[in-house]
Write a protein that binds this ligand. Structure first.
Ligand SMILES: Nc1ncnc2c1ncn2[C@@H]1O[C@H](COP(=O)(O)OP(=O)(O)O)[C@@H](O)[C@H]1O
Ligand SMILES: [Mg+2]
Length: 388
């Protein structure tokens, strides 16, 4: 089987490159929504530019393979990939603090229509991260196409520690879309950073003041109901369309405007929410506990035999989701746990060497006293012991 073997070596190397690259990026945020035209790209671009203006190192990755809009919105259609001294390709430099990448500059002509099938999309997105050098970044903002299809799924798989930023508009229908996005995040185990309400209120094109023509504020209520953060609201502003078309994002073009200020509030909330997400892990307010199992209801105490893992997402001592995942035979345990973004693992009698290696990788070890146990009970007992 020389060919099959070759292929898997290449895939391993690709995954390794992706992991290396990701380890140099502090926070990854995927901007998503249930449907198109709600302003995801607008929000992604303005957040990225706004963060870069605050001296953060930022990357903006456009994974909308069918309708990339980032180059146009940045006014950067003529910019090309950079070649680094070591021969690697680097993301496109927009400003000293902001790099971006989109499929558009890689295509022969701007309007080439392409039909991407699932597997090609997946490898394209992996290459965007693994083959292209992004350097050290504080934030990587990912602009996803609408819905819950191949692209957001690939992002969730390729960048397992990305957070989701859900965009909605103040219409009744978007409630269903937000719920759909939340369900998607739970399914792929992507933590949700929060919700943004776009096109909320209206900025008068004549006087530049906010007018309450439409119903607004639904986003905040919805976020409360769904138990997620509300990060901010951006008004309808004709200058957003204009600046988007001219390639001059409003946060840079009209920094004094009400809309740019709204973006500033949003960005401030995003910065503090990302820090809070990290703190939640350190303080065990958020945990993803991996528990080796032989069947979903039976703990697997034998370290040699571990291949199925029940993964529990826990927030404030409450189990949000449980999922059972199989570790690929040839994958190292630590690599697997990191890929699953597990914060804890339950083990019975772990050898010291393994326990040390896990804690060196910021994975805490919980000890199961007895080999015979029900994983759900183990987790419940642990949570109760923490409360007391
Ligand atoms: N707050 C806003 N006010 C006015 N126009 C907006 C606003 N947000 C987005 N738009 C416009 O709506 C259109 C769709 O926005 P876009 O960001 O491309 O949405 P998506 O990426 O979700 O498909 C664009 O023409 C954009 O300029
Ligand atoms: Mg878009």
């Amino acid at each position: 089987m020389p060919i099959g073997r070759e292929k898997s070596v290449i895939l391993d190397q690709q995954d390794k490159k992706v992991r290396e690259q990701l380890s140099k990026i502090k926070h990854k945020i995927m901007v998503m929504s249930g449907k198109g035209g709600v302003g995801k790209s607008t929000i992604a671009v303005n957040i990225a530019v706004g963060l870069s203006l605050q001296d953060f190192m930022v990357g903006l990755l456009d994974v909308d393979l069918h309708g990339p809009s980032v180059p146009k919105m940045l006014g950067a259609r003529d910019l090309k990939l950079t070649r680094r001294p070591d021969g690697r390709l680097g993301a496109i430099k927009y400003s000293p603090n902001l790099k971006f990448l989109s499929i558009e500059p890689l295509l022969p002509s701007e309007d080439s229509a392409i039909i991407w099938r699932g597997p090609i999309k997946i490898s394209a997105i992996k290459q965007f991260i693994g083959d292209i050098d992004w350097g050290e970044l504080d934030y990587l903002i990912i602009d996803a196409p609408p819905g819950t299809g191949d692209e957001p799924l690939t992002v969730a798989k390729t960048i397992p520690d990305a957070y989701a930023l859900i965009v909605t508009t103040p219409q009744e229908v978007s409630l269903i879309d937000v719920k759909k996005s939340i369900r998607f995040c739970q399914k792929v185990k992507m933590r949700i950073l929060g919700l943004v309400e776009n096109m909320s209120g209206f900025i008068c094109p004549h006087c530049g003041k906010p007018l309450d023509l439409f119903k607004r504020g639904g986003g905040q209520k919805l976020a409360e109901e769904m138990g997620i953060r509300f990060l901010g609201k951006i008004p309808v502003d004709p200058r957003i369309v204009d600046t988007g078309d001219r390639g001059k994002p409003i946060v840079g073009a009209y920094p004094e405007s009400v809309t740019a200020q709204a973006f500033e509030d949003l960005i401030r909330n995003i910065v503090s929410a990302t820090e809070e997400m990290v703190r939640e892990v350190l303080e065990e307010k958020f945990m993803r506990i991996a528990c080796p199992v032989s069947t979903p209801q039976k703990f697997e105490p034998n370290i040699e035999k571990m291949e199925l893992f029940a993964l529990y997402d826990i927030e404030n001592s409450k189990i949000l989701v449980k999922d059972v995942v199989k570790k690929p035979d040839d994958q190292d345990l630590i690599d697997f746990l990191k890929e699953q973004v597990a914060t804890h693992i339950v083990l019975h009698n772990p050898p010291k060497e393994l326990a040390d290696k896990l804690s060196a990788n910021q994975i805490r070890v919980l000890i199961a006293e007895t080999p015979e146990a029900n994983p759900d009970n183990l987790i419940q007992e642990y949570l109760q012991s923490k409360v007391q």
